[in-house]
Design a protein around this ligand. Sequence first.
Ligand code: NAP
Length: 255
Amino acid sequence: MKLNNKIALITGGSRGLGRNSAFRLAENGTDVIITYHQQAEAADAVVKEVENQFKRRAAALQLDVGEVGSFEHFFSQLSNVLKDNWNTDKFDFLINNAGIGARMTIDQMTEAVFDNLFNIHFKGVYFLTQKAIPIMKDNGCVVNISSGLTRFSMPSQSAYASMKGAIEVFTKYIAKELAPRGIRANLVAPGAIETDFTKPAFDANPHVKEMIAAQTALGRIGVPDDIGGVIAFLCSEEARWVNGQRLEVSGGIFL
Ligand code: NAP
């Protein structure tokens, strides 16, 4: 893929899939602004790696995507970073990736856990996107991150997967609403990927990992490098005619 000199904003870029996306986008010639929630050191390490290994410019900003009330402050910081580091007031690609898990069956679910999932995975994504749109360049794109769990069901994921389902509907709507500006919106739905997100479940139940690998056509659990390149592809010129799509990236689980 060609160098493009674009700027991507990646939420939750300090670890896991967001971190890998930052590297794969940088590899394609894109500068990156990543956000982190609590792990500032991990975010700084990503910024340094983007600068040193991929020779692209990078910056990190703190963001709690579940706190819509904090977005005004976040966007004012983002404006300063865009001005100071890039001498611009706009960016090109929005990757709505930040997220947490909560494995609870419906009988265990509490309103507090449900609301937290809702705020991070749906309300936060919705209003972050709303506030980002005016400072996105025409012909840019949005990539939202869903999950294979919207196509098939597994125990203890009803609330989490429902929020991801909402994001899938949202993606189709913004793909249409933003199309007059040439802004595309697509969705990546990863299968189970080895990150800090899945580590507690895999550590507690090693058989789950084996079961998922056995149900995956390609016979293993995913790794972040299986995902980041697909996100980078969706932001590339080669994907200019891909819009409003759900792309499952799971090695073929439960086919
Ligand atoms: P991860 O390794 O746990 O990383 C989560 C990232 O999100 C970190 O950068 C974290 O920041 C950030 N974050 C967490 N809570 C946040 C909040 N309230 N506000 C802003 N940022 C927050 O997770 P991952 O596996 O990369 O998951 C990334 C996305 O993929 C999530 O949306 C997840 O639902 C989805 N997904 C994951 C899998 C999988 O198997 N891993 C499968 C399907 C979908 P800090 O580093 O500062 O904590």
